[in-house]
Each structure stands twice: as C-alpha cells, then as structure tokens.
Ligand binder design. Structure first.
Ligand SMILES: Cc1ncc(C[n+]2csc(CCOP(=O)(O)OP(=O)(O)O)c2C)c(N)n1
Ligand SMILES: [Mg+2]
Length: 673
C-alpha cells in the first residue's frame, strides 16, 4: 500500500496502487465528514465503496459537464443513509464542492442527511429503504419505453443506458423492493444492475437476528441474473459489472462485504452503522491506510486520477449530440423529442360526454385516457390488477402490455403490487421522457402512501388513479370503502388530490394533473354513475383550473353555500333544488390544493367568509372541513367505517340521500336559532 509521503512519485505508481490510494482518501473523507457533522453513517459507506468507486471511475456513463444529460446512466443509492459516500464520489466527479462536504447535514447545505434529488448528480431522493430499488427499476422501465418510442423514428440509439442501484440489507428486507424486483425480472429489464452490499450488519446487530433469507435463490426465482462475489475485490467487481452489462436479465451482484471495511479496529462492528467513529479510531485508520491525520485530505493527484476517463466521456457525449442533432433534422423525430424529452405538452382534445346522462367518473377517466393516450405517445401506465374496475382495459388492449419481448407496450400489468407500482412510477417520472400513471382502489392508497409521499418530496409528476372513492362501493363492505382517505391524502404537502364531480370535471382534472409538472396527483373517482353536467367544457375547465368554483348560483347573495366534491356535487345540487325557500349557492371544490393557491379575493368570492352558512358535503371524514365552513358551519360526511350492502341502501343508512341531507341542514339551522 502506498503512503501519502510518496505522493510526489504518484505518476509512477501502478493503476492498482493509484486506485487503492484514492479509495483510501475517499474513505477517510467520508469518516471526516461524518465526524465533523457529529452525525451520519460511517460503516455502510465503507463496505460499499469498492463497488461504488469502480462503477463511477470506470463504468458509469455521464457527461462531466452536464449532470442532466439525457442518455446518462442512472445511479440510485437506495441505501440513502450512505449519503456521505455519494457526496464524496460527487466531489471527485467535480460537482460537489469541498465546503459542502464540510457542511454535511447542516441547514441549507447541499449535503443533507440523505441524498435529495435537487442535488447535482443525485437522481432521486432516498432514505426510506426499499424505495430506491423500485425507483431505479422504474428509471429502467422509462429508459426502455423511451428507447422503443424513438426506435420507430430513427436507427440511431438516442436512449440506451443502464440503471445502477446500490442497495443494502435493509433495502432487501423491505418487501416493496422484492415486488419491484419481481416486475423487473418478469419484464426482462436487462439494463438494471444492482449491487447488494451484503455486509450482514444493520442497526440492531447482525442480520441473522432477523433474517435467514437466501437472497441469491430469491433473485434467481425472480428471474434475475445473480452473481456472488467478494465485494472488496476490484477485479471481481469489474468482471461482475461487465457480465451484468451483457446478460439479458436484470442483474444482482451480491457483494460479500465487511462493515466499516478498512478501519483500524472496528471492521464488522454494527455500531459503526449510524455514528461517527471516535477520533482515535479515525486517526488510527488514517495511519493504517497511510494517510496524514489532516481532515478532509484530498490531493489533486487523486482527483486527476479519478477523472482520467473524462476526456473519453466528453467525446462520447459529443458524438451523441451529433447523432441527436442529425435525428432532430427529421421533423417527426423532432416533434416527438420536444413533446416527450423536452416535455412540451400539446393542447389536448377532449372526449365528448352526453349532457344529463349518468356516467361513473372512473368510466370518464377511461374515456379520457383513451383520448389523451392517442395524443400523448409517452403517456404510459396501468393498474394493480384492477384493470376492469379502473377502466384501463381499453388502453391495455390498444397499446399492449409492456413485456420482455414487447417493451414498446405502454400498459403495465403491475399485478397486485400497489406500493411497488407507485414507487416505480416515481422512478419513471424522474427518468423523464414519459408521463406515468398507476391505478387501484382509493382504499388501497394506504398501501402506496410512502411512495406518494416520496413522489411529492421529489416534485415528480406521477398520476395516481384511485377509483371506488367512497362507501358507494357498496357490497364489498367496509374494508373496501374509503372514509379517511381523501382527507389523509390532502395532508401530504405538494400533493394534489382531485375529486371531480362529473365526467367533464374528470377530463379537466386529468388534464390539470398532466400540467402539474412538479407535483404528483391523485384522481379520486366514483364507481357509481353521476350525472354529466350540462355546462360547457370551457366553463368546467376554467373552474377546475382554480381548484374550486361556483357551480350553481342563486339570485342575490347566498344564505347557504354548499361546498361539495365528487359524487356529492350532484347531491348538493339536488338538495339545493329541494330547499327552494333558501338562497343557495353550490360550490364544486375538486382540488383543495389549487383552490388554496388562488388569491384570498377569489376564494372569498367563491366561499364568502361572512354572511352565509357554509355546508360541506363529502362522503368521507369530516375532519378538516372546518377550514372552509368555519365554526358555525355544518360538515356532512361519514366518520365511521362503512358496511356491506348495495350502495343505494348505504346512502340511505349513512344519511346521503337528498332528503336526509336537507333534514340535517334544517336541523342545524334550527339549532342555531
Ligand atoms: C423504511 C425504513 N425503515 C427504517 C429506516 C431506518 N434505517 C436506516 S438504515 C437501517 C438499517 C440499516 O441496515 P443496512 O441496510 O444493512 O445498512 P448498513 O448498516 O449495512 O449500512 C434502518 C433500519 C429507514 N431508513 N427506512
Ligand atoms: Mg447491512
């Protein structure tokens, strides 16, 4: 092993010696960063680093001058707690300044506790274990979709890259990772290459306290190519990566590694997982690795060595740019590139709905999907095995399933995998070039919730179709009837919940969700028929664009303002008609989040703060409606679980007929007198 005292002869060292020295420098940089922050993770980064170093230095395809270059390989650090490893690598790439490494985990630094997508060179936000695996796989799905989409327009490969994932024991203990892995195997995603840092250590001790899973056997069963290597052997790592690159299956490289590898006395110690090492241990490690005690020691020679491939990378990017420019001279190709990769949405044509007929909003979603999919070749998605219920069947039939031998298919048969589905579509969206959606029942939004949250944090455009949005589901009973779900989703920051009142609002909400490029959306849709409004599409579109609007006005200033969403908009209209002794305004509020972004003036215009009684009507929990109805208002909702019976009987039972709602309102008015 070379010492820092010999640095003046660096040029004459063997490649192996240069690598070893540079790697040691990087290890101590990580230890120093965590020590200075007095918080963070030391052990895991040191067991993964041999792989990560070789990947970044020798294999990862990227543009050193542009972290957003479209055809770059994606790298996902699913073990997000190993963030200091990623930041150290990015420092060597040239994208992460030293001052930032010294600000690890501090307010407003570019080196937060876990990697965040906003940081240059970070592809996605990780930390919640398991989801990084899914997002990496989702990126690979998007890569395949975009590759196939452009194949039809050009012979040149404009989208052709790998998605590398680095995962840890905890990642693979999370079932969500295995759900996504099952799909990757089924879909034959040969460009997924995952390194598993099998260091057998986790927070609470040795992994054998909680695990005896045979991961290689599991992944073989999931149709992955499996290699088991010594995760600290550079040549074994190179061989494994090269093999994984040509195998026509997703690949897992199980790296047998040692926690805190390279430290003076703490190798294998699980206590190193989430703590800075004692300064004595860091000093002793530096001595062992023949480095100076100096903190944040990074000699220029190491950076230059790490970047020795950069000229080749830049040349490759130049070649790609020329190919792209040539392809873009074809008008068809150029139009597709603009719409998909550059994300310029065309103005959309809408499906037609017959005024006054009864149509479930889930059916309106299906019709809208069919119409939009024709105009947006990059709109892709599917259902978690609720295709007939989610009305994505026609889409599936028209565009075909995405399968191993047809990756041009635009429909994903996700199987009963809500959480993997939601996490995968986050990854697809992060990759770019596609607009992904996923469908299931609203009641199962809880299964996907961690991914909805992680999508919102990352500002991804992902469209979640949630049908069967209330007790109106009927016979399936309380397990299938959402109560708290709409409101629970509304509590997620940067997440848009749409509950359209009819077919036309459904189309308008879907379009709005497409336009929200920095936020996930959920479309909450009815199972049961609701009347199609006779308003013009333009009027409805203008209303939806503001999140809430006056749906039906009364003469003079309103005594009562009904605020309804979804299937309760038409109910509110019926109640207003029945109560013709009162001046009643009906407001449709399909999206709280958008409504709250409007000016106070507009909001007061629609829902006056004073002078009228406000009544919310939504077939869900009442908690939260006080925000709009105030202390004297009335919230018509349901605060208990549903029951198994036909929807109409339940409406009767739970007080959701026009007569019952009217009675509740009259009682409330009487109580106030
Ligand atoms: C979903 C989730 N649950 C719990 C945690 C908290 N946590 C962070 S790392 C970790 C386990 C670490 O074990 P491993 O994945 O083997 O990482 P290593 O110790 O090898 O670095 C846990 C439980 C988390 N980040 N995400
Ligand atoms: Mg571990």
């Amino acid at each position: 092993m070379r010492s820092y005292t010999e640095l003046d002869t660096f040029d004459s060292w063997t490649e192996e010696e240069k690598d070893q020295f540079t790697l040691n420098v990087m290890k101590c940089l990580i230890l120093d960063g965590v020590r200075k922050a007095n918080s963070g993770h030391s052990g895991g980064p040191l067991s993964s680093i041999d792989f990560a170093y070789i990947l970044f230095k020798e294999y990862l395809k990227f543009d050193p001058d542009d972290d957003q270059w479209f055809d770059r390989d994606r790298f996902v650090l699913s073990a997000g707690h190993e963030s200091m490893l990623q930041y150290a690598l990015l420092h060597f790439v040239g994208w992460m300044p030293m001052e930032q490494l010294q600000q690890f985990r501090q307010l407003h630094s570019e080196t937060p506790g876990h990697p965040e997508v906003e940081i240059k060179g970070v592809e996605c936000t990780t930390g919640p274990l398991g989801q990084g695996v899914c997002m990496g796989i989702g990126m690979s799905v998007a890569e395949a979709v975009v590759r196939e989409m452009f194949k039809a327009k050009t012979d040149e490969a404009v989208c052709d890259h790998f998605s590398y994932i680095l995962c840890s024991d905890g990642d693979l203990q999370e079932p969500v990772a295995l759900g996504a892995a099952a799909l990757a195997g089924h879909w034959g995603l040969s460009k997924v290459i995952m390194f598993y840092d099998a260091n057998e250590a986790q927070i609470s001790g040795h992994t054998d306290r909680s695990d005896s899973t045979n991961i290689p056997t599991v992944f073989e069963g999931l149709n992955w190519h499996v290699q088991e290597i010594d995760g600290h052997d550079p040549n074994a790592i190179r061989d494994a990566i090269e093999k994984a690159q040509v195998i026509e299956q997703p690949s897992i490289i199980v790296g047998k590694t040692i926690m805190a590898h390279g430290t003076a006395t703490m190798e294998t110690d699980h206590e190193t997982h989430g703590a800075p090492l004692p300064q004595d241990e860091i000093d002793a490690t530096k001595e062992k690795l023949q480095l100076p005690h100096e903190s944040f020691y990074v000699p220029d020679e190491c950076i230059a060595h790490f970047q020795s491939r950069f000229n080749d990378l830049k040349k490759m990017v130049n070649d790609w740019n020329s190919t792209l420019a040539e392809s873009r001279s074809n008008a068809d190709f150029n139009a597709l590139w603009k719409m998909t990769v550059e994300d310029e949405l065309p103005s959309l044509e809408y499906p037609a709905f017959e005024d006054g007929t009864s149509l479930a909003t889930r059916k309106a979603f299906g019709a809208t999907l069919d119409s939009f999919a024709k105009q947006l070749p990059h709109l892709v998605g599917g259902s978690a095995d609720l295709e007939p219920s989610n009305y994505t069947g026609n889409f599936a039939k028209t565009y075909g399933d995405f399968i191993k031998d047809n990756q041009a298919g635009r429909n994903f048969a996700f199987g009963v995998r809500e959480f993997p589905m939601a996490a995968l579509i986050n990854g697809m969206s992060l990759h770019g070039g596609v607009i992904p959606f996923g469908g299931t029942f609203l009641v199962f939004a809880d299964y996907s919730r961690p991914a909805l949250r992680l999508g919102a944090i990352q500002h991804v455009r992902a469209i979640h179709e949630f049908t069967h949005d209330s007790f109106w589901v009927g016979e399936d009973g309380p397990t299938h009837q959402p109560i708290e779900h709409a409101m629970a989703l509304r509590t997620i920051p940067n997440f848009h919940v749409f509950r359209p009142g009819d077919a036309k609002e459904t189309t308008a909400c879907f379009e709005k969700a497409l336009e929200l490029k920095t936020s996930p959306s959920a479309l909450l849709l009815t199972r049961q028929g609701v009347p199609v409004s006779d308003k013009s599409m333009d009027e409805i579109k203008a209303g939806v664009a503001k999140g809430g609007y006056i749906y039906q006005e009364c003469d003079g200033s309103p005594e009562l303002v009904f605020i309804a969403t979804g299937s309760e908009v038409s109910l509110a209209v019926s109640v207003a008609e029945a109560m013709d002794d009162k001046r009643i305004r009906v407001v449709s509020l399909p999206c709280w989040e958008i409504f709250m972004q409007q000016s106070q003036e507009y909001r007061d215009e629609v829902i006056p703060q004073r002078g009228s009684m406000k009544i919310s009507i939504e077939a869900g929990t009442t908690l939260g409606w006080d925000k709009f109805i105030g202390p004297a208002g009335l919230a018509v909702g349901i605060d208990h679980f549903g029951a198994s019976a036909p929807g109409k009987d339940l409406a009767e039972e739970f007080g959701f007929t026009a007569d019952q709602v009217e009675q509740k309102i009259r009682n409330h008015l009487a109580d106030l007198l």
